[in-house]
Design a protein. Structure first.
Length: 254
């Protein structure tokens, strides 16, 4: 693909060395995985859509003052991001019962929660990303109490903002997962939002029909995965005009 140094190859994204120190290039692949990578598929066009959607949402969040690692979208599949030290915790916030929550607490899918619920999962594939408490996070020194406070405050702000943004386009934000990283500016450590925000890590339901417009379409074999991600992009007003093709399209005839 290119001669750039590959820093990390993840399930849905690859990180390459960036053009300047302290930067990385985040490349969005079409690979879809679920259930700790036991289910895998290539969904043509997914990476292009997630790159667009995440860039758009991160830009909107930066506009309201949420610090993010995102710098700018470079092309169809790549974005320039700040290099951060990833905190190995997935922060999940839920507004409506779905997914693992329905099984863990026997709360039927679709039940609105009295108040948003935050959960933490330790990022460790070998252990199947176990759910952990604040005590585990601080005792194992994955994050300090102060960092954790910052992560929670940012998660609540992101949830409030995105809930409104999605409602405005007829979509319920059911739940989502965030990741955070540390950056140092002038010897001071800051917590910033990292990774991506896309239908791969959010549950998004149509407001009227409850139709799923997210990765559950892949997890549950509902079909039309890329079409649903396109619908989210279309409603956000960012559907790539050139379509999902990367190269110039050959024009036949003449
Ligand atoms: N999620 C994610 N990565 C993970 C696990 C979950 O992005 O490794 C997202 C998922 O898309 C959903 C939310 O976090 O929006 C809550 O997921 P849940 O705990 O219900 O797990 P799942 O049912 O996806 O296994």
């Amino acid at each position: 693909m290119s001669r750039r140094r590959r820093i990390y190859d993840g399930k849905a994204k690859t990180m390459f060395e960036g053009p300047e120190p302290g930067t990385l290039i985040q490349y969005f692949k079409d690979d879809a995985t679920a259930f700790n990578a036991q289910k895998r598929e290539i969904l043509s066009g997914k990476g292009v859509l997630n790159n667009r959607i995440s860039a758009y949402l991160m830009t909107k969040l930066a506009e309201i003052g949420v610090p993010t690692a995102f710098m700018r979208r470079l092309n169809m599949r790549e974005q320039l991001v700040r290099e951060v030290e990833i905190i190995p915790i997935e922060v999940v916030i839920r507004n409506i019962s779905a997914g693992s929550f329905t099984k863990r607490f026997a709360v039927p899918e679709g039940t609105p929660l009295e108040r948003s619920v935050i959960e933490y999962f330790y990022k460790k594939d070998e252990l199947g990303d176990p759910m952990v408490s604040e005590e585990h996070i601080t005792a194992f020194k994955w994050a300090t109490p102060h960092e954790l406070d910052e992560m929670v405050a940012l998660t609540v702000r992101v949830n409030d903002f995105l809930t409104g943004l999605f409602l405005g386009i007829g979509i319920k934000l059911v739940d989502f997962k965030l990741e955070f990283g540390r950056i140092w500016i002038d010897d001071e450590m800051h917590i910033v939002l990292a990774d991506e925000i896309s239908p791969d890590n959010c549950r998004l339901w149509d407001l009227k029909t409850n139709e799923k417009l997210d990765k559950d379409r892949f997890r549950q074999d509902l079909g039309n995965v890329v079409e649903s991600y396109s619908e989210v992009a279309r409603r956000l007003g960012i559907m790539p005009e050139e379509g999902l093709n990367e190269g110039p399209t050959l024009v036949s005839g003449e």
